[in-house]
Design a protein around this ligand. Structure first.
Ligand SMILES: *Cc1c(COP(=O)(O)O)cnc(C)c1O
Length: 219
């Protein structure tokens, strides 16, 4: 049996208070999410729009739902009324659609830009140069329905800690540099079950942890 409460508490004990724990509940049933909720956890992450909408409907309304996956433009409207933070923005087109749907709902939606730091081909995200260009573009500045509050990244899936550390270092360097000009950047979302301790050493302010809380996933 998986002890969700024990897992959350042991993670919280090992991280600074200033770091936000996002409990990644993707593929997991409501009863496990409720266990986490009952131990005090309020921030949860999902990566499928359909699952996120369903869980939002079924579970307590004071949960802060983060969307952590690759978001398709045509699905933004389903989560725009309630989503607290969208982690993985990698195009201006997506930002424009989030802006449109946010304004329809009289909201400003917080977003993170996904920076590609991993060496793997398949990972989504912007280069550091494109991230900077996007932040500087006049187009983005006119979007009143979105607030870009930080950066998000995923390290290469490898057992080589030196490589993971250097990837996290790269994104943190970019984050600190961009922050000087863009003071709205507050959040650096890096670190998952296997690498959150390294991520925190390298400046993470938000970790996204799934399997270390809820057990491994069967897709
Ligand atoms: C699934 C997922 C996580 C959590 O992964 P674990 O290794 O289970 O902690 C974090 N971030 C993103 C973007 C994910 O898709």
């Amino acid at each position: 049996m998986i002890d969700v409460k024990k897992n959350i508490n042991s993670i919280l004990l090992s991280i600074p208070n200033s770091v936000t724990l996002v409990a990644v509940s993707k593929t997991k049933p409501n009863d496990l999410i409720i266990e986490a909720y009952n131990s005090g956890q309020r921030v949860f992450g999902e990566n499928k729009v359909q699952d996120l909408v369903k869980k939002h409907e079924e579970l307590s309304k004071d949960i802060k739902w983060h969307f952590i996956g690759h978001l398709q433009t045509n699905k933004v409207k389903h989560i725009a009324p309630f989503v607290k933070l969208i982690h993985a923005i990698d195009s201006i087109k997506l930002l424009q659609e989030i802006n449109k749907q946010a304004l329809k709902n009289n909201r400003v939606i917080d977003c993170l830009l996904q920076v590609k730091i991993a060496k793997e081909e398949s990972k989504f995200g912007l280069s550091i140069k494109d991230t900077e260009e996007l932040l500087n573009s006049t187009e983005v500045k006119t979007l009143k329905g979105v607030s870009i509050v930080g950066l998000m990244g995923m390290a290469t899936n490898t057992s080589d800690n030196k490589q993971i550390q250097s990837e996290f270092q790269q994104i943190n360097d970019a984050f600190l540099t961009l922050q000087r000009k863009h003071t709205s950047l507050k959040t650096l979302s890096i670190g998952m079950s296997g690498d959150y301790k390294l991520a925190i050493q390298e400046g993470s302010t938000m970790i996204r942890v799934g399997s270390s809380i809820f057990g491994s996933r069967n897709y």
